[in-house]
Design a protein around this ligand. Structure first.
Ligand code: AHM
Ligand code: MG
Length: 349
């Protein structure tokens, strides 16, 4: 007879909680929960698995290269951008919990109607494939999503309904298609990370309750734009490069040029990511609704900070769906010091 206490299960995957189990547990702890939000998260995770499947075969099937289209940002659209957009829209339409989608890859907000009617209560804003210019050279890319409730009293999902400040998000997350594929998300009760096990096709809780270090030793910024940085930022860059044993400077530069990957590393190890206003991008490059807001919600839930250099990202009132913003995000202490330089409260000694 087998002793079940000592018998090895081989891979021992059973010791991990799956994303689905985790979502259901959380849902059960909320009174009056209908399960709609849980189903929405499930739909997003299904789309992420499909995109992951395609990404893993990039190079073997015809998904490299451009579609020949220019997207709403004026950027060349990659085939994988278009494919990821299509998969997320399809999953959210089929799921029926979402009434409006805003996507970096689509000029207008996309209303979703089931049987001519809109029954979903959630608005999902997303960057289907962030950092896609890196795909052809096999560098990690990601998906970023942000979830809002349809405002109380709103009968129709309009663009105005989607233009809510980041502080009103009820969920946000990202998927990083890296050495392994991970989904990290928050609903305002901490941050949890799940690693996809491709053999069983499940996201497993591998990083429970992620807390980001208060400070770190890595900074991520495209320093090629240095000449067009504002004065305070130039000084901050000089400061991070100066030798100082107490603070561990000079810090290390780590810039992948793929926001999700740079953010994920900093979240786990400590660090700051900066995309400031530059000459060619006077309002910054990253998008408030698809990139800055969701990552700001996540970083704050993990103990970090996100600002545009002056205003907390989550407090910014959006004017339009594709709005850009400068972004300073990461370990609380590091973002605070950068802000002090920007605001002239600190100088090189
Ligand atoms: P994308 O959403 O069009 O992919 O652009 C965002 C990307 C980020 O992932 C990355 O951090 C940044 O653009 C890199 O920009 P740059 O090449 O100007 O440094
Ligand atoms: Mg992006």
């Amino acid at each position: 007879m087998i002793d079940t206490n000592t018998a090895s299960t081989g891979n021992d995957l059973g010791r991990f909680k799956t994303l689905e189990q985790f979502i259901i547990e959380r849902q059960e702890s909320l009174p009056h929960s209908t399960g709609a939000f849980s189903r929405l998260l499930r739909d997003i995770s299904v789309a992420a698995k499909i995109v992951n499947h395609d990404m893993r075969r990039a190079g073997l099937v015809d998904i490299y290269g451009n579609t020949g289209e220019i997207n709403v940002q004026g950027e060349v659209q990659k085939k994988m951008d278009a494919l990821a957009h299509k998969e997320f829209v399809r999953a959210l339409k089929r799921g029926g919990e979402c009434c409006l989608i805003g996507s970096e890859e689509h000029a207008e907000a996309i209303p979703i109607r089931t049987n001519g009617d809109s029954s979903g209560k959630y608005i999902v804003l997303l960057d289907p494939l962030d950092g896609s210019s890196n795909i052809e050279v096999n560098v990690s890319v990601g998906t970023i999503f942000s979830i809002y409730r349809l405002p109380e009293g709103a009968t129709e999902a309009t663009l105005e309904a989607a233009l809510q400040p980041g502080v009103d998000q009820i969920g946000a997350g990202y998927v990083v298609y890296g050495s392994s594929t991970m989904l990290v998300y928050t609903t305002g009760h901490g941050v949890n990370g799940f690693t996809l096990d491709p053999s069983i096709g499940e996201f497993l809780l591998s990083h429970p309750n992620i807390r980001t270090p208060k400070t770190g030793k890595m900074y991520a910024i495209n320093e090629g734009n240095y000449n067009s940085f504002e004065r305070g930022l130039k000084k901050y860059i000089k400061w991070v490069q100066r030798k100082d044993e107490a603070t561990g400077r000079p810090y290390k530069t780590r810039y992948i040029g793929s926001f999700v990957s740079d953010f994920h590393r900093n979240l786990l190890k400590g660090g700051i990511y900066i995309y400031p206003a530059t000459e060619s991008s006077p309002e910054g490059k990253l998008r408030l609704m698809y990139e800055a807001n969701p990552m700001a919600f996540i970083v704050e839930q993990a103990g970090g900070v996100a600002t545009d250099g002056r205003t907390p990202i989550l407090r910014k009132k959006p004017r339009e769906l594709h709005q850009r913003t400068p972004l300073y995000i990461g370990s609380a202490e590091m973002v605070r010091v950068a802000e002090e330089f920007l605001q002239g409260k600190r100088d090189l000694d």
